[in-house]
Design a protein around this ligand. Structure first.
Ligand SMILES: Cc1cc2nc3c(=O)[nH]c(=O)nc-3n(C[C@H](O)[C@H](O)[C@H](O)COP(=O)(O)O)c2cc1C
Length: 350
């Protein structure tokens, strides 16, 4: 299960401290113009080492394209792909890419070879595979999401040509909704060698009514599946979400008029299909598992011990997670639009 999507599909590969993380994107139509700098900008927004809310690991996150694209010369004619040319054109063939890992300091993880970090995937990977790459969390590292951001940028660029945009930002941090206090909370958390959870709110604009599959593959189901595939995500709700459980039908009803819907408690999706309203959802991140506070745990032989994770970690996953949410949302939307096209009956006169 390293592949996500139905028609627009992303396969990711790579471990946190291996030579690179990368991906293969399938399903991109031929002849679409792609801005390489736009992809790099998305990578830079997710990059570690760029603020006190994120891991100090210094990765330049330079994108390397391996296949599926050609560059365009001054006359707009295809030429072999060159990273120095900003505009590329899709060939309709799989886009292969990688981002080298250049700042892995694996020795900081030596003590985790035989010991399980509470709340991380060390214990479960060992139980499943019988072995794991302990360096930087291996495949379960947040580093894997760098490949999702690349695919998300391809998807966003296609969606933007139809006026479909995605926005995501941290809306609550450590239970505090006031964005002005976020830096203070992050600094206090970091000084205490601790970590903190957060909520990201995501909104989609410009998606027309009628996108999404009605039974299996509902739009909210695809979004939930995408969000819950991101490491550290523990919650997903759309529209008024769990607040709807405490409401009366008359309070929750999104009444309609000839001008459209009068409210949006249901978050812009009904019956698994977009209503044409703004789509709103929230994603909850748990606090980063790796903290430099000693925690009770066990080693691979089941013996009780303590673990204190002193490597370079994000004090709050959501800070960089917001860019990953944007990317996964764009991937879902493009896939859903492509599935919608495939459902249109080309043999019908209607
Ligand atoms: C962008 C991003 C960055 C992350 N950074 C860290 C980190 O620095 N330290 C850590 O312990 N976990 C980090 N995580 C979370 C782990 O990947 C995640 O908790 C782990 O894989 C276990 O999966 P689960 O939390 O979904 O159960 C990060 C996740 C993401 C998406």
């Amino acid at each position: 299960m390293n592949t996500f999507g139905n028609i627009f599909r992303l396969t990711t590969f790579g471990e946190s401290h291996g030579p690179a993380v990368g991906g293969v994107i399938d399903g991109l139509p031929a002849g679409f113009h792609i801005s390489i700098s736009e992809i790099q900008n998305a990578l830079d927004r997710r990059r570690p080492g760029t603020g006190h809310g994120v891991s100090p690991r210094q990765e330049s996150d330079r994108l390397q394209i391996l296949s599926g694209l050609m560059s365009l010369d001054e006359c707009g004619e295809p030429i072999p792909f060159s990273p120095d040319k900003d505009t590329a054109i899709t060939l309709g063939t799989p886009v292969g890419f990688m981002i080298p890992n250049t700042d892995a300091r694996s020795s900081a993880y030596d003590h985790l070879r035989e010991v399980y970090r509470p709340n991380h995937a060390d214990f479960t990977y060992d139980r499943k595979y019988g072995l794991r790459d302990w360096r930087g969390g291996g495949r379960s590292s947040g580093r894997e999401t760098v490949a999702r951001v690349v695919a998300g940028s391809f998807a966003s660029q296609l969606l933007a040509t139809r006026g479909i945009t995605v926005h995501a930002a941290v809306s609550e941090l450590g239970g505090c909704p006031d964005t002005h206090d976020f830096n203070k909370i992050l600094e206090e958390t970091k000084n205490a060698c601790d970590s903190v959870g957060a909520t990201v709110t995501c909104s989609i604009h410009g998606l027309p009514a009628g996108i999404g599959e009605p039974v299996f593959g509902k739009l909210q189901q695809m979004l939930a599946s995408a969000m819950l595939s991101i490491g550290g995500v523990h919650g997903f709700e759309y529209g008024d979400g769990f607040a709807l459980c405490g409401m009366k039908g008359s309070e929750a009803a999104d009444r309609m008029s000839s001008d459209g819907f009068l409210s949006n408690h249901c978050g812009g999706i009904l019956g698994g299909i977009s209503t044409g309203q703004e789509i709103l959802f929230r994603v909850g991140f748990k606090p980063t598992p790796s903290i430099a506070i000693p925690l009770n745990t066990i080693d691979a032989n089941g013996h009780q011990t303590e673990v204190k994770t002193s490597g370079r970690h994000d004090p709050c996953i959501a800070i960089r997670g917001a860019e990953v949410i944007k990317a996964m949302t764009a991937i879902v939307l493009l896939d859903a639009c492509m599935m919608d096209l495939s459902a249109k009956n080309i043999f019908s006169d209607r």
